[in-house]
Design a protein around this ligand. Structure first.
Ligand SMILES: [Zn+2]
Length: 454
């Protein structure tokens, strides 16, 4: 793609995930899937061993402890969406809350613990089963401890669990995504997560026969007739970023935790839209576009790596477009919207966009931290811009400018295998960090880190 000169490239990215929302009111009563009577009391959950050290309990991740406030969080609506390929639970909250999720066997259940929450569900009667969930119940089982229990139709995996802060007229929302797995993987996941909990380290992504590993799409910019920039050197950006992408692919594949797809692995031209399509078609959990920058000859000096996320205005326009054009004719974040009422589709589209933005921002921050430790970064390394390859509305995406080909010092590094080894180490480290916390909600964790200490 063309590179915008640095001085007009972008503002520094806002670190928080506020902002993008389709102009759609989402709290219409029609979408409320309703709830059967709230079941109160621990005994009614049929859980005898809620301890994380128990053999049948698998914490998905380690959420930071929240600073509790006097007023409990109120959960006021609940929605089940999706199908047997992916079932999404959405709970509306009056403000964000820390959650912890884990699975239980015999029978298969998913447990969602919410800190200091009360249930005041306002929905009317409606279906209580959907996709992988055959029933659910919720209640307060101890002081400050609220729990939801979802009965699963079979062995399931918690693919994601996170909480989005309220924005504009949208409430805070808890999202839990379930995907099917097999009994053996379920059992191994439980055992590994239990062991991990005891060792207080995060569980690695499970590897299964059906390859449930997250897909990472690496996108070396340019290619073929499009050489990218040269920075007035004898080198071409397209070759530098391809080398980096191939090195990063090898490192990620070596972990065994990911499936890696390249938008190009040779010197070929790929249109920008096609790069986004490759990410969406593969249901990528992360998209990383690799570029190198250059300043015009008399534009001064700049050095170091930068990480871009999609700018607010670009994503607003995209959200509006999506709401009009693609709303129900598409899978959003893997959930089929074609059978959903408009209101439900609106909620799911909104969630996918908020989620994508949050995850993108989280990964971008992690990546900048890793890069700062390892290589030279630009003086404002975290930025946002309307790059077209970042516009997949349901794939967390970042664009990395590895450095400036217009800088003699940077160019020396960009073309050195030793430097390439270091920069891809940093990137692989950031990817590992991102996926190690994803199931438990990297976004919440990131917010907790940002909060000033009380
Ligand atoms: Zn480029």
């Amino acid at each position: 793609m063309d590179h915008t000169p640095e001085h007009i490239a972008a503002s520094v990215a806002a670190a928080s995930g506020s902002g993008i929302l389709p102009p759609r009111r989402l709290s219409a009563p029609r979408w409320r899937v309703a709830l059967a009577a709230a079941v109160l009391g621990c005994g009614l959950f049929g859980l005898s061993t809620p301890s994380p050290a128990g053999t049948d309990v698998a914490p998905a991740a380690h959420a930071p402890s929240p600073a509790t406030t006097a007023q409990p969080v109120v959960a006021h609506d609940l929605l089940l969406a999706g199908d047997a390929q992916r079932t999404r639970l959405v709970v509306d909250l009056n403000r964000a809350v820390e959650v912890r999720t884990f699975t239980l066997a015999d029978p298969y259940r998913v447990v969602v613990d919410l800190t200091d929450t009360v249930f005041a569900m306002s929905g009317e009667a409606g279906p209580q089963r959907r996709g992988l969930v055959s029933a659910y119940r919720y209640g307060v089982f101890a002081a400050g401890k609220a729990r939801m229990v979802l009965d699963a139709t079979g062995p399931v995996r918690i693919d994601k669990a996170f909480v989005l802060d309220p924005v504009d007229d949208q409430p805070a929302r808890l999202v839990v995504d379930l995907v099917p797995t097999d009994a053996e993987t379920f059992r191994r996941t439980v055992a590994r997560a239990t062991a991990a909990a005891q060792a207080t380290t995060a569980a690695p992504a499970p590897e299964t026969a059906t390859d449930a590993r997250p897909v990472i799409v690496l996108d070396p910019g340019h290619g073929g007739i499009d050489s990218g920039t040269t920075g007035y050197s004898r080198f071409a950006e397209k070759n530098i970023v391809l080398e980096a992408a191939l090195t990063l692919r090898d490192k990620l594949e070596k972990t065994g935790h990911y499936r890696v797809v390249l938008t190009r692995s040779t010197d070929t031209f790929i249109a920008l839209g096609e790069r986004v399509r490759i990410a969406r078609k593969n249901r990528a959990a992360l998209f990383i576009s690799l570029h190198a920058d250059a300043l015009a000859r008399n534009d001064g000096q700049a050095r170091g790596a930068s990480v871009y996320t999609l700018s607010d205005t670009a994503s607003d326009a995209d959200a509006a477009h999506l709401a009009e054009q693609e709303n129900k004719a598409d899978l959003i974040a893997g959930v089929d919207l074609s059978d959903e009422p408009d209101e439900v589709a609106g909620i799911l589209v909104d969630l996918a966009q908020r989620e994508t933005r949050s995850f993108s921002a989280h990964f971008a921050r992690d990546l900048v931290q890793e890069l700062k430790r390892t290589v030279r970064t630009h003086r404002t390394p975290l930025k946002s811009a309307g790059f077209r390859v970042l516009r997949a509305h349901d794939v967390p995406s970042v664009l990395v400018e590895l450095g400036y080909m217009s800088s003699a010092e940077d160019l020396k590094q960009l073309t050195s295998s030793e430097w390439r080894d270091r920069v891809t180490d940093a990137m692989a480290g950031a990817v590992d960090a991102f996926f190690a916390t994803r199931a438990g909600g990297p976004w919440r964790a990131a917010r907790a880190e940002q909060r000033p200490a009380n």
